[in-house]
Design a protein around this ligand. Structure first.
Ligand code: E4P
Length: 241
């Protein structure tokens, strides 16, 4: 399963990339607006930091506008995937952009029927928003199961990109279902790493290590295998010399 960071913040992206943890990035207009930076240079910087798909969202309602933006975004960097909303106009734009081999992430998906249409339009990714469904007392993860079944039944190649992820259990459940990707905010990625028993265990190991005498703690090697190192004189040789 691939993990994407849902962020337009360069510090977060750089940090997550340094852990070897992320395979791509998703952005949306709200995340970009938070950064208060020029849009195109920001996307260029993100693409330099991540060796994988970077989703960039169109900001119009009509298909012609989305196609125009999408074509332009695709020239920013080869990592760019164009995001179109799951509306009739978004599907039209998806069909046209996909026909031009521009990868499209169909976003704002909230039902299995919408996901079916996204696949038929040629979407590269479909983004079901599970957290926003949970917020309305609807089981977001059930949507992932349904899409997985439908895409499996008809061997659609559209990848399921689980979005609006709010906590580590969302990621684990999505992985168990076999979703292709989960995209998450930095706080959730950090929470995936943390475990109190890891911290307690490490504290204990380091405390115990401190008990070893300084002489015994030497760890720098000579760079030669042990077998090549001169044998230490035996106690008998030391006595005779
Ligand atoms: C995904 O592409 C979206 O940017 C994102 O997951 C939305 O998440 P939210 O519901 O937390 O805003």
């Amino acid at each position: 399963m691939k993990l994407f960071l849902d962020s337009a913040n360069l510090k977060e992206i750089e940090e997550a990339a340094s852990w070897g943890a992320i395979d791509g990035v998703t952005t949306n207009p709200s995340l970009v607006a938070k950064e208060n930076r020029d849009f195109i240079p920001l996307i260029q910087e993100i693409c330099k930091l991540v060796n994988g798909p970077v989703s960039v969202e169109t900001t119009t309602r009509d298909a012609a506008g989305m196609v125009e933006e999408g074509r332009s975004f695709a020239t920013i960097h080869s990592n760019v995937v164009v995001k179109c909303p799951l509306t009739k106009e978004g599907l039209k734009a998806t069909r046209l952009l996909s026909a031009e081999r521009i990868r499209v992430n169909v976003t704002l998906c909230f039902s299995p029927s919408q996901a079916l249409l996204a696949a038929k339009a040629g979407a590269y990714f479909v983004s079901p928003f599970i957290g926003r469904l949970d917020d309305t007392s609807t089981d977001g993860m059930a949507l992932i199961r349904d899409i997985k079944t439908i895409y499996g039944n008809f061997r659609f190649s559209t990848q399921i990109l689980v979005a609006s992820v709010r906590h580590p259990l969302h990621v684990v459940e999505a992985a168990k279902i076999g979703a292709d990707i989960a995209t998450m905010p930095f706080s959730v990625l950090e929470a995936l790493v943390k475990h109190p028993l890891t911290d307690i265990g490490l504290d204990r190991f380091l405390r115990d290590w401190e008990k070893l005498p300084a002489q015994a703690k030497q760890w720098k090697t000579t760079g030669r295998p042990m077998s090549d190192q001169p044998a230490k004189p035996t106690s008998l040789e030391r006595v005779s010399s």
